[in-house]
Design a protein around this ligand. Structure first.
Ligand code: ZN
Length: 334
């Protein structure tokens, strides 16, 4: 099966009323964990590379790791997505590498730090959409800004998405999916206190309002790792020093999915699971030095997380619901 445009995976998720996790990839073990987990629970897959990941892996390595996913798992629909593209050039690079989806984060300037005006956001997003759609490639935009800074990306300030701007943004840009800011942040320190339904840390009403106004829009939740306490505890038990940290609880993500969220970005949880497993292994086996020996439990720990997310978001069991289309087919959408 060739890579599929991400739009198809999201369209099918909307039909089936479920969400699909987007997992960030930087190396082979992460990619293998994401794919093995998906294969075991039969889920469609969205693997994403940030600009930081492409830099770390020197483009060509990551490209070929992603292509290996397709070769090894021909029976799963897989989309490869550029996370937080910052200009038309980054979209062009990703598309030339064979990515089937790109994000243009027009909420920030090219430096990935300074918030843009609404007009600037519309302009750069429109440019990327015009370019990408010629290739049948899906485009995700962003309206509002997320909190936190990850890989040098982020203004550090949260600007919630204004539901009343969404229709205009969609009409002017033509994006296929939209990242919405509802108070989540990138990284591990999303909240200082544990979110519960009464504290209103997450602006779930923003998602519900947007869904009412634009019922066909595929919304994306960024910064949506749940930061399981067990991994923080394990890391700290074996020599780590992570202060108290809370993520986005699964109940909030499920509430989002019920109101039109189709893609949920998860990165930190895999990092935590891998680090906890490596720290534990090395602490218990101080004489070991073969990376394969500590990367094997790290990979197994990541498989466990990805399977839990595929099941929790509802995408498990849906890999064979539909016949995958190609980018060539996707050109007809536009
Ligand atoms: Zn993000």
């Amino acid at each position: 099966m060739p890579l599929v445009p991400m739009k198809q995976i999201l369209d099918e998720a909307a039909k089936g009323h479920y969400g699909v996790p987007h997992f960030n990839v930087n190396n082979m073990e992460q990619a293998q964990a994401i794919m093995r987990g998906a294969s075991e629970v039969k889920s469609p897959v969205i693997i994403a590379a940030s600009r930081g990941a492409l830099k770390y892996s020197d483009l060509v390595f990551l490209k070929n790791i992603m292509m290996a996913c397709v070769e090894k798992y021909p029976d799963l629909p897989i989309a490869v997505h550029l996370d937080h593209g910052n200009n038309l050039e980054s979209a062009k690079t990703a598309i030339s590498l064979g990515f089937t989806s790109v994000m243009i984060d027009g909420s920030l300037k090219e430096d990935g730090k300074t918030p843009t005006t609404y007009e600037e956001n519309v302009k750069v997003t429109r440019e990327v959409v015009e370019y990408a759609h010629k290739f049948g490639v899906t485009v995700e935009g962003e309206l509002g800004t997320l909190g936190g800074i990850e890989d040098g990306v982020g203004s550090g300030q949260v600007q919630l998405t204004d539901p009343n701007q969404v229709q205009d943004f969609l009409a002017k840009t033509g994006v296929d999916a939209l990242a919405v800011a509802i108070g989540t942040s990138h990284g591990v320190y999303k909240f200082k206190i544990k979110p519960d339904p009464d504290k209103n840390l997450l602006a779930m009403d923003v998602i519900k309002q947007i869904h009412k106004l634009c019922p066909n829009l595929h919304m994306v939740m960024h910064g949506s790792s749940s930061v399981p306490q067990e991994y923080i505890d394990e890391i700290n038990q074996y020599g780590g020093k992570i202060p108290p940290a809370f993520g986005v609880p699964l109940w909030a993500i499920k509430e989002g999915i019920a109101a039109g969220v189709r893609k949920i970005n998860v990165d930190t949880d895999l990092r935590l699971a891998a680090t906890a497993a490596i720290r534990k292994f090395l602490a218990q086996n101080p004489d070991k030095f073969d990376p394969r020996e500590y990367l094997t439990p790290a990979r197994d720990a990541m498989v466990k997380v990805v399977k839990e997310r595929y099941i929790a978001f509802g995408s498990a069991g849906h890999a064979q619901d539909y016949k995958p289309i190609t980018l060539e087919d996707a050109k007809k959408f536009y």
